[in-house]
Design a binder for this molecule. Sequence first.
Ligand code: XLS
Ligand code: CA
Ligand code: CA
Length: 440
Amino acid sequence: MSEIFANLPYVKYEGPESQNPFAFKFYDADRIVLGKPMKEHLHFAMAWWHNMCATGTDMFGVGTADKSFGAVPGTMEHAYAKVDAGFEFMEKLGVDYFCFHDVDLVPEAETIAETNRRLDEITDYILEKMQKTGKKCLWGTANMFGNPRFANGAGSSNSVDVFCFAAAQVKKALDMTVKLGGKGYVFWGGREGYETLWNTDMKLEQENIAALMHMAVDYGRSIGFDGDFYIEPKPKEPMKHQYDFDAATAIGFLKQYGLDKDFKINVEANHATLAGHTFQHELRVSAINGMLGSIDANQGDLLLGWDTDEFPSNVYETTACMYEILKAGGLKNGGFNFDAKTRRPSYTYDDMFYAFILGMDSFALGLLNAARIIEDGRIDGFVAERYAGYETELGRKIRSGKATLTELAARAEEMGKPAMPGSGKQEYLHSIINQLMLKN
Ligand code: XLS
Ligand code: CA
Ligand code: CA
């Protein structure tokens, strides 16, 4: 096998002063942060679909990037070439994990039996490569949105036949995830939603999605999958309204249907902003419900209303993200999947490298900043102080659910009027964040 990225180097840490475009300025894999090497905090993953498959095609034009890797697209030879390219890429960038959909790996055949045979063949090869290189699978999933059969959804389809196909794909994708040692399985409900309620039985559709997820849990556990299932919320695109709108909605759904013990949330930054939230908000909602599972590391463009899947560069965002993750005690089975693509005009192999260097450095900076914010203690101290009233006898009584309206009303009458609740000090706190971040 010849080198595919032959003119590109193994990327190493050179420090913030380096001007080498192919070096990390901040991601120093072995640097200890809060007692652990950076690489243990940051389990980075390559998304097979963007990195190995996407060419930059959009509705206005064909692709600009050549991802043939010396083979003819749509053939098994190409599937093998993508594996070679993918593993070489991960090795050169020091990325230890990858994530995949079934159809990212092989071209879909006329019958599911043949597609599955191809998947068996390619996962044998991937496994061989994993054994040689030590690379790992972070999570697997089934693409249940691309093929025309999923026009009306997968688990939420009106068609029982299509539901069976969805079930077959989930089953196979779980088999592959277990075969490759993946610790996560993602459900992104791309077409699990609706365009108009005039043709939609919302209750039936949601019950069916839950039924499919229950079958996945039963099957997954029966074949030894001991990792986490994830819902990846996204409010819209491709559907006008997707059922897994945001983390809070997905968590409510999981609890309603008794799936909350097996599922967590895969939070994608760009999906958070599409839902009208910050990334930090979605992480916090997941964390306080004990459901912070994994991260799809990207960013959107707030001037655009769609999913742009850009490589993360906004260090305020990565800092807030890493603060939430550190405060939640880290990700257990999850990691940082770069569900991100280079812009269409950035179509060279060099750009693929720059993109990962940008993303990994942005998260390394986020980690360093978040650790500094926690060690500094002023932010956490302020928040603790802000709610100190709930540490008093009365405050504790309210929190434990033992207080009554009658008793509290009597107390209010006694007071006449409460003191002002105390300044939120947002401007002061933001200036602390700036001070700590810009120390780098
Ligand atoms: C699309 C989603 C998708 C999931 C995996 O918007 O981000 O790529 O992560 O199906
Ligand atoms: Ca995603
Ligand atoms: Ca996305």
